[in-house]
Design a protein. Sequence first.
Length: 135
Amino acid sequence: MSYLMQGKRRSHGTSIHFAHPEERIKSANGIGGSFTKQEVQLNDTPLFFPEGFEKIFLAIYFISLPYILGLIFLFFYIAEGKFKVFIAVNHDSPFLMTWAIGYEILATLVILWVIKSAISFTRENSRKHLHTLRQ
């Protein structure tokens, strides 16, 4: 005795067989993998990279952006927006600690942005791929 359940056919044993494998996408070639093969253009980034000074500006951004994010975190989260408390906390915390806090925040935001971009890229390509399969 077997029954059909959400496109799967289960027999007396423990194995599950798919009812119609030809209806499924047979491979992910053309859908996945191409996100990681995209060329990265510094001109497409929201940061300012003047031609010829890319490495200098990259170093400036690498130092200043995490530090600024660390200061913002200290001001709003640790000092709760109170300027006197922020000055006291900022006076007691070294540059490297503030930079590390900002670096972790920035790294988290970048990872979330990459995941969001990968998901939207994959969804967009899968829709295109399914559209071409239906034609």
